[in-house]
Write a protein that binds this ligand. Structure first.
Ligand SMILES: [Zn+2]
Length: 314
């Protein structure tokens, strides 16, 4: 059995898959805060899968998707701010106790891989997964391969500036897609307390609030720009939208589709791309991220053993 985990800021989703890539067990638990707690969460999740029929000794590989930068070729995670982790070598921390090789991947790239597997059913195609969460990033999969680029930056579309006079982004540029459409940036500019700030913005916009309407329009504009970039650079068949902001479901989709249609109106070329027909929502509760992590873990045979490995590649 292969195990995959999606370690998120609030919860961790774990799946076990069989040799055909079919999910045979799934557990979800709360993610602890800080490096030690994240390690405990990973171990607890794998043990919980074990309690559902998987003997730890039967685990062939473990893949972990995690928000933050994963240094290429290593299992070292840095700047996972949503988890309270500054730096952590996850393979070194959990590998010995799990007795299986551990691979670590950026969570958006893992989710892209999983969404592709769920969607394509093995048929060759191309897809981008656009994650709309606190920040914005995409993973691109073509013919079953994750496209990382030369330095692992492929898909970081959140920091493409689409408005030099737009709001300041946390990256230092103005008018980035993420500064317009990132859940974190929207919540900050909205500036009112609430558990679901982007939903509050949509509700307030419906009620006619001026700032809310501006923020909501910016969200659609940013997402539409990201979709255009992904299709025009990688010509993916479809862009699948996932992440926390997509809990808005059809309300978000309607805005994005309308924006894509409106922005293409004056251009026969852009209209011919039919972008509004190439956007889909990842179904709520999809196991894509954990499944993708399991596939990443299974795809690479050589185990990453920790510090020595990191030094070799670093
Ligand atoms: Zn930026």
């Amino acid at each position: 059995m292969r195990v995959g985990l999606d370690v998120g800021g609030t919860k961790t989703d774990a799946v076990a898959i069989d040799s055909d890539g079919v999910i045979v067990a799934r557990v979800r638990l709360a993610t602890g805060w800080g490096a030690d707690a994240v390690v405990r969460t990973v171990l607890d999740a794998v043990r919980s899968l074990g309690a559902r029929g998987e003997e730890p000794g039967q685990i062939e590989s473990v893949g972990i998707g995690i928000p933050g930068q994963v240094e290429p070729g290593t299992a070292r995670v840095v700047h996972a701010v949503n988890l309270g982790v500054e730096e952590l070598d996850l393979a070194a921390a959990v590998g010995p106790q799990l007795g299986a090789p551990v691979r670590v991947e950026n969570d958006v790239k893992a989710a892209a891989f999983g969404a592709y597997a769920l969607r394509s059913g093995g048929a060759p195609s191309s897809m981008a997964y656009l994650n709309l969460g606190t920040g914005i990033a995409a993973g691109i999969v073509t013919d079953g391969e994750l496209w990382r680029g030369a330095r692992g930056t492929a898909g970081e579309v959140g920091h493409i500036s689409i408005d030099p006079n737009g709001p300041l982004c946390r990256c230092g540029q103005h008018g980035c897609i993420e500064a317009l459409a990132g859940g974190g940036a929207i919540a900050e500019r909205w500036g009112r307390p609430g558990a679901l700030p982007v939903r509050d913005v949509f509700d307030a916009a419906d009620a006619g609030d001026h700032l809310a309407r501006k923020l909501r329009a910016g969200l659609a504009r940013g997402v539409a720009a990201a979709v255009r970039v992904l299709v025009l650079t990688a010509d993916v068949d479809v862009v699948v939208l996932g992440g926390g902001v997509t809990a808005l479901g059809p309300r978000l989709m309607a805005d994005v589709v309308a924006e894509l249609a409106a922005s293409a109106e004056a251009s026969p070329f852009m209209r011919s791309l039919r972008l509004e027909e190439r956007v889909e929502l990842l179904p709520a509760g999809s196991p894509a991220a954990a499944l993708g992590a399991a596939l990443v873990g299974a795809a690479r045979e050589a185990p990453v053993t920790g510090a020595a490995e990191a030094l070799t590649h670093g």
